[in-house]
Design a protein around this ligand. Structure first.
Ligand SMILES: C[S@@+](CC[C@H](N)C(=O)[O-])C[C@H]1O[C@@H](n2cnc3c(N)ncnc32)[C@H](O)[C@@H]1O
Length: 233
């Protein structure tokens, strides 16, 4: 019997894109200015780092986020380059840094300057010398063509405005054999953006195919999120 969330899409399949938001059933806490009805993908104010750090680095997050499982799905090897798009407070970085080792590189990308400054301090304090925090523009990750082995995008894809166009930037940045993982909230999750803004796995896969990628659902045990893997066909 097929996995309930499983399907595969290849480049060329189209579906309308919509949605945007943030994690938690507490919209006010996670969506500054959220009204609950009219939100859309695009810029949300993540400048209050202290406030978001309390959510993104909450002590109970590991229980449902399962970072070791997520990073395991990336199948990283020593020496590889991995970009974490929308890295936030740097929750995943210690795991990614360990997976690529001293000879590898982690690029922690975020649109919010305050998050980037926070991450720089955090990585320096933790001695994570193979992690670089970089500010990026909302519509371009700024990655050199063919420069990264993996791209991880957790709870961030729904914030990107023109996702099909963005997928093309990501596809160009992948090295041969590279792939992208998008992790986002399921419709049923108690965490996540308002329901009307959530993206289905099918929608995310379809958007990624616009980058010329093949996308498929990944088998995992995350209780509140789905995972889509995309690579060049
Ligand atoms: C919900 S947080 C997720 C943080 C992190 N991935 C995690 O799981 O803890 C979303 C992050 O994406 C960033 N972001 C939003 N739009 C972005 C974009 N277009 N490019 C890069 N980062 C973006 C926000 O500033 C925020 O730090």
């Amino acid at each position: 019997m097929p996995h309930p969330k499983s399907f595969t899409l290849v480049a060329g399949v189209l579906l309308a894109a919509c949605g945007g938001g943030e994690e938690s059933n507490d919209h006010a806490a996670h969506h500054p200015g959220a009204t609950g009805g009219g939100e859309h993908a695009g810029h949300h104010d993540f400048s209050d780092v202290e406030r978001f750090a309390a959510l993104f680095d909450a002590p109970d997050r590991d229980e449902w986020q399962r970072p070791a499982e997520v990073v395991g799905l990336l199948e990283l090897s020593e020496g590889q380059v991995v970009a974490d798009l929308g890295a936030g407070t740097g929750y995943f970085e210690p795991h990614l840094a360990a997976a690529v080792g001293e000879s590898g590189q982690v690029l922690a990308l975020d649109v919010e300057e305050a998050m980037v400054a926070h991450m720089r301090n955090r990585f320096e304090e933790a001695g994570l010398h193979n992690v670089e925090a970089r500010a990026v523009s909302p519509d371009d990750p700024g990655l050199e063509p063919g420069s990264v082995d993996r791209i991880l995008i957790v709870d961030t894809w729904h914030h990107i405005e023109d996702r099909p166009a963005y997928a093309r930037h990501l596809a160009a940045a992948l090295r041969p054999g590279g792939f992208i993982l998008v992790v986002d909230f399921t419709e049923e999750s108690p965490h996540g953006p308002p329901e009307s803004m959530r993206l289905s796995p099918h929608q995310v896969s379809t958007e990624l195919t616009h980058g010329g990628l093949s996308a498929s659902t990944v088998e995992e045990t995350l209780p509140h999120q789905f995972v889509i893997r995309a690579a060049h066909p």
